[in-house]
Design a binder for this molecule. Structure first.
Ligand code: C5P
Length: 235
């Protein structure tokens, strides 16, 4: 498989068209941004951790019956994926209060929620990814009711599988964001699942092992990414 022209360069990844039908190559960078691009930096080795961790988790999810865009890991930073049309929604599940949820509701970070919550943001950098609900998404033609229902079913299933799996590795899954795509009439999991897109805390000490170390200038950013990589036993 060969990379042809670059289709898109995002904050943390490049996507290439390939000479294989319906297949893209994703190339993960070490660049990090936060607060809708206002804070910029580099996290050395992040591209490798995020590529390999996403693939590791997507393989686990596939085995558990969650369809994903994963095809094949090509190198430390590159993966072949199915060519999807991204549904422009950030789909967020929260198990423990943190981040924008804690701030908005004036509650302390770290409160275990009585049930997992689901929220949607409309993916639009210019608007700062505004919070929307399923009715907005349907009214604006972002997704159909059937698609929203399938996304909801899949994301709660992903949460169950990942909470269990991370706990076995000594990590609490506080919250995470995923994106879905349309592929041959189906909704499948796309994008990534990594310390960039999840809040991951040590299950005992609650030490932050994710991108909040970069967002909040907590130091030991690279160490946190490597620690997650090690705990998940990724090769
Ligand atoms: O900032 P907030 O608390 O809303 O983030 C919720 C979760 O979604 C966090 O795990 C964060 O890493 C993730 N997220 C993301 N990309 C964004 C916004 C949030 O991966 N643009």
């Amino acid at each position: 498989m060969n990379k042809l022209e670059m289709l898109y360069e995002g904050k943390a990844k490049k996507v290439y068209i390939t000479d294989v039908e319906d297949t893209y190559i994703v190339d993960y960078k070490d660049d990090a941004t936060a607060f809708n691009g206002q804070k910029k930096g580099t996290i050395l080795g992040k591209g490798i951790v995020n590529n390999k961790m996403t693939n590791h988790i997507f393989r686990i999810l596939e085995k558990e019956g969650v369809p994903t865009h994963y095809i094949e890991e090509l190198s430390d930073r590159e993966t072949a994926v199915k060519k999807v049309e991204i549904v422009p929604l950030e789909v967020i599940i929260r198990n423990v209060s943190a981040g924008s949820f804690a701030k908005k509701l004036g509650i302390e970070e770290g409160r275990k929620l009585l049930a997992p919550t689901l929220e949607f943001s409309y993916k639009d950098d210019a608007l700062g990814d505004p919070f929307i609900n399923d009715y907005y998404a349907i009214a604006l033609g972002i997704a159909t009711r059937e698609e929203i229902d399938r996304i909801t079913e899949l994301v709660f299933k992903i949460n169950e599988i990942l909470c269990r799996y991370f706990a076995e590795c000594g990590i609490e899954l506080v919250d995470f964001k995923v994106e879905f795509g349309r592929y041959k009439g189906q909704i499948i999991l796309a994008d990534e699942i990594s310390p960039d897109t999840c809040r991951l805390w040590d299950i005992n000490t609650h030490e932050k092992l994710d991108k909040d170390r970069f967002r909040r200038d907590l130091g030991k950013v690279e160490d946190a990414y490597q620690e997650v990589f090690k705990r998940l036993g990724i090769k």
